[in-house]
Design a binder for this molecule. Sequence first.
Ligand code: PHE
Length: 331
Amino acid sequence: MDNQWLDTIESASSLDELETIRVNILGKKGSLTLEFAKMKDIANEDKKEFAKNLNEKKGAVTKSLEAKKTILMAIALEAQLKEDKIDVTAFSAKIQSGAFHPVQDTMDRVITYFQNLNFSVEEGPLVEDDFHNFEALNLPAYHPARDMQDTFYTKDNKVLRTHTSPVQIRTMMSQKPPIRMIAPGTVFRKDFDITHTPMFSQVEGLVVDELGTVSFANLKHVMIEFLQHMFGEVEVRFRPSFFPFTEPSSEVDISCVFCEGKGCRVCSHTGWLEVLGCGIVDENVFTAVGYKNVSGYAFGLGIERFAMLIHKIGDLRSLFESDIKLLGQFR
Ligand code: PHE
């Protein structure tokens, strides 16, 4: 009995056809299954030989079925890949993209600007002690200038830092001059109206080098370049001011971005907007951190105020309200 089944299997041209052939051979009433049924009519002495022969054929059939199946599956897959096409031009549901919050975006721009000038980025704790937030910054206890910043105190006599200036102190106490750093971060003051929120963000800057190498002229140049980078072609003016940790000190104004200096409600008809504080580091600050024979300048600015002026946002509080309508405009 030659194995005619193998030819049938070989002739299958699809997986369905192969399955039909398999059932026809090995199914309950399959031709090979029926061969086994003939066993009972075989003489006893021939049974062994008969069974061996059939089993060999069954083995060959099973193997051949497997092999053919593998081949036909590969062919079917190939055909399917040819047929399935993705239409990349088809319309789909509109996806709304997100955007950086204007405060974050402004913060990133400020940080990147100073990083490009080789300033390092330093950090400090939000809950500060009196020494770093006040004392070392030439603000001893009972000094009236402490009133400039309405402070939140904790039960254990610490403060929520009222400015990023304590990071100056921490950096100077842990590093040697020269120093060229900015400290971006959150600060807290007891204040709440259309231009003040109890929590806001500042960026502090500090440059310290050998005595006589850091001047007010350097500070002025860096501030003017920086402000024109952030606000475009604005005019910049320095007004004498007071900070306990800098002497001399200055507040810096830009020409009003709303009326271009002509005078409007936002600039209280002065044509100018105050945007930062700065000055030459007071000698007492260097003494507090143990620095000798150095000179330096420092500056500090409020990020929300910058964001408001850049994007012409009227109410500072709206920057903290997560209003999708407002934020959607910055996409
Ligand atoms: N720390 C000051 C403030 O918060 C800002 C400032 C920083 C001024 C550094 C001068 C120098 O008001």
